[in-house]
Design a protein around this ligand. Structure first.
Ligand SMILES: Nc1ncnc2c1ncn2[C@@H]1O[C@H](COP(=O)(O)OP(=O)(O)O)[C@@H](O)[C@H]1O
Ligand SMILES: N[C@@H](CCOP(=O)(O)O)C(=O)O
Length: 326
């Protein structure tokens, strides 16, 4: 679940009165998600998402995230738009937490990733990168290479509780990544958490396929190598449940991306390394959560070992050709 903060009827009424969104009909906690508290807010005018930002989000960074969603939506990208109150402000406080209302995005995330989903994702991700190009704010990626060692040190004493060789595997890989991490790739605005649960689709009955309806959850977005977003997606979208890498999915995603934003030779060559880094990032954060989520917390922990295995796969990749592209 992700309802960390319960909102009373009185608090909600007072909060909603700041907006011109109609009368609140219902407000239901949303079970999915892990970071923030989300409610589906239904009014007599439509549906909205009410988010209370929890411990992992730095309140100082919220203007970046909300401003980014506003910017991307204004450039035609399908994503939630912050709703401003009558005072022109989107960000306010509810139950002692920073909170905002954003527009409701139609669609569902897919539980069964097909070739079609990967083909849809590629061009949409590239379009997001292009739409973000003139976003005036920047945010450092604190979960990139310089952030990994402190995270490692925090889990190191207990890494063996997850897997006997985890400490040594991460230590060796970090040495390699820190020595080889690319510094001159094209940089821009990236989503940085473009997992299947953050990409919505609507079924097109006439065509018999799902069409992408938008991206949600921009709360890890940052300024970083654009190809790093692709590497995150290679990991999150192109492995099967049995751990096998599906090069056809990767090819469709990558080629779809390249039709909208061509990749330079350097970006292509860097993909295996970026994919190792992306695997390291999620291995570390999942390991941290695995070891630090209090017993009984109503959050489903994500399996760090999934990312250990993905890391091992990319360590054996000789070049971008193994991702299905020429
Ligand atoms: N703008 C939106 N429109 C529709 N549903 C949304 C929207 N934002 C969030 N949701 C719903 O809330 C769930 C959790 O949102 P998410 O942003 O992923 O949470 P968290 O950041 O806590 O992981 C999503 O899976 C989706 O069901
Ligand atoms: N995508 C990350 C965890 C962050 O979860 P989200 O619900 O905010 O997308 C992972 O899979 O480790």
């Amino acid at each position: 679940m992700a309802v960390y903060t319960e909102v009373s009827d009185d608090d909600l009424e007072e909060f909603a009165a700041e907006y011109d969104i109609g009368e609140v009909v219902s407000c239901k906690g949303i079970a999915e998600g892990v970071e923030n508290t989300n409610y589906l807010l239904q009014t007599d005018r439509g549906n909205y998402i009410l988010t209370l930002y929890e411990k992992r989000v730095n309140p100082d960074e919220l203007p970046f995230f909300l401003g980014l969603m506003e910017h991307l939506a204004a450039r035609g990208l399908a994503c939630p738009t912050p709703i401003k109150g009558r005072d022109g402000t989107a960000l306010r406080t509810l139950c002692g937490r920073p909170a905002a209302i954003v527009s409701f995005l139609k669609g569902m995330w897919t539980r069964r990733i097909t070739l079609n989903h990967c083909a849809e994702l590629g061009p949409a991700m590239a379009a997001m990168h292009l739409a973000g190009a003139d976003f005036p704010m920047t945010r450092n990626n604190n979960l990139s290479v310089s952030g990994w060692r402190p995270l490692f040190e925090s889990i190191r004493p207990r890494a063996a509780e997850i897997k006997a060789d985890l400490e040594q595997t991460i230590a060796d890989e970090l040495d390699y990544l820190e020595a080889h991490w690319p510094k001159a790739l094209p940089v821009g605005l990236i989503h940085a958490d473009l997992f299947p649960d953050n990409v919505f689709f609507l079924h097109d009955r006439a065509a018999g396929v799902d069409r992408m309806s938008g991206f949600i959850d921009f709360y890890f977005a940052c300024t970083d190598a654009l190809a790093y977003d692709i590497a995150i997606c290679l990991n999150a979208w192109c492995f099967e449940d049995d751990g096998a890498f599906n090069a056809t999915k990767a090819r469709l995603m990558l080629n779809g991306y390249r039709k909208v934003r061509p990749l330079s030779a350097d970006e292509l060559l860097a993909l295996p390394l970026l994919a190792r880094g992306a695997a390291m990032r999620f291995l570390l954060t999942r390991s941290y959560d695995w070891l630090n989520t209090p017993p009984g917390a109503m959050v489903k922990r994500k399996d760090p070992m999934e990312y250990y295995r993905k890391l091992r796969f990319h360590q054996g990749v000789g070049g971008p050709g193994q991702y299905g592209i020429a």
